[in-house]
Ligand binder design. Structure first.
Ligand code: SF4
Ligand code: FES
Length: 362
């Protein structure tokens, strides 16, 4: 750890490489920004290779090859090989639509270490409806089987909301059946595109409480067989999550066009200045870019965070959520029961309707 002014500068551990925003699915909770990078603006293979080498030199251990759907990149094998050559643990985050078994074999030869496949539900019809893509569920199951044949560790990621929250146990059972060693039960995070569908996605309070209790029970039931990670339903929480492990503290995101962000939704906060890998080294960006330094440490905090005993535990919650709900990115995350705006979160959670999803299409 070195010092950058008065703010401790940590070593980043993970790099999220958003290789493309292109994606065949239309998930109503898409975490990509509202303004997507076009194919023409995507970074070249050789630039990604340089970024991976710079990341490894900076201390990064893991790279997540993500999107959009990374399988939309024709040079995905070369990109994975470059990440492996840089000495990074290489994880592919995929919808499984667009990654064939042949591509997976070539990725394995290129040194791929881990695969994460998203599922939308444990039931085919519901899963395909949520994804906005007929046949997606079957392709996910088929790719998971291919991952198992290659003996690559598999994580299943299930984003949870009102339409599937009552099938968490079935989704964990599906993850076990597919051979996953880890399953992430992640409640929808409401910024970016998901805000458009908040009322259609929001679970009831009873569902959210039951889900939290059920995850604990499933952890006990499946101990030793599968690891269950859970992201709690924010709008029903009393305390906020330490989003991205603290701003500019442990991870970086590189967008398809090369901007480097402290979190995947950072572009939703107006006024932040992001630097690009085309103009700066990753080391320079990590230390000196205005966006990374905007919310590092605790000096930027307002009350009640500034004098709170938890300020170095949850870092005031999520900056993107604070901005989305209050219009002030420096505000205490309204999910916190100490925030002056906390009551507004419960009021928003209570607004629910069963209208059609606004699907995400590029
Ligand atoms: Fe966390 Fe701020 Fe709430 Fe304290 S006041 S618990 S630091 S969000
Ligand atoms: Fe940006 Fe939480 S998503 S800080």
């Amino acid at each position: 750890m070195t010092e950058n002014g008065q703010t401790p500068l940590y070593t980043p551990l993970g790099l999220l490489a958003e290789l493309t925003h292109r994606c065949p699915l239309g998930c109503p909770y898409c975490s990509n920004p509202l303004a997507l990078d076009s194919r023409e603006r995507e970074l070249h293979t050789s630039t990604w290779a340089r970024v991976f080498a710079e990341a490894a030199a900076l201390g990064v251990l893991q790279v997540h090859l993500s999107g959009g759907e990374p399988g939309a990149r024709r040079d995905l094998i070369e990109i994975a090989a470059a990440a492996h050559a840089a000495g990074l643990y290489t994880n592919l985050i995929t919808s499984a639509v667009g990654v064939t078994t042949r591509t997976l074999h070539r990725l394995a030869e290129a040194g791929l270490d881990h695969v994460q496949i998203s599922i939308q539900d444990s039931e085919r019809l519901s899963a395909d409806r949520i994804a906005g893509y007929d046949g997606a569920f079957a392709r996910k199951c088929a790719l998971a089987a291919a991952v198992m044949e290659l003996k690559i560790p598999l994580t299943i990621n299930a984003v949870v909301h009102r339409a599937n929250i009552d099938r968490i146990a079935d989704m964990v059972a599906l993850a076990l059946k597919l051979g996953a060693s880890r399953v992430e039960i992640a409640h929808v995070q409401y910024y970016g595109w998901a805000l458009k569908n908040r009322t259609a996605l929001m679970p009831t309070a009873e569902q959210a409480v039951r889900a939290v209790e059920l995850v604990e029970e499933l952890r006990r039931r499946h101990r030793g067989a599968i690891v269950i990670d859970a992201v709690l339903p924010d709008y029903y929480a009393r305390l906020p999550k330490p989003c991205v492990g603290g701003w500019g503290r442990r991870s970086l995101n590189v967008t398809p066009a090369g901007k480097v962000l402290p979190c995947h939704a950072a572009e939703s906060i107006p006024g932040l200045e992001f630097w690009s890998v085309d103009e700066h080294s990753l080391d320079d960006i990590w230390r000196n870019s205005p966006a990374f330094n905007a919310f590092r440490g605790t000096a930027w905090m307002q009350e009640p965070c500034r004098s709170c005993a938890r300020r170095e535990i949850d870092f005031g919650g999520c900056r993107c959520q604070a901005f989305a709900l209050t219009g002030d990115a420096r505000a205490t995350d309204p999910v916190c029961y100490l925030a002056p705006t906390h009551a507004a979160v419960a009021a928003l959670a209570a607004v629910q309707d069963d209208g059609p999803y606004a699907y995400r299409r590029m």
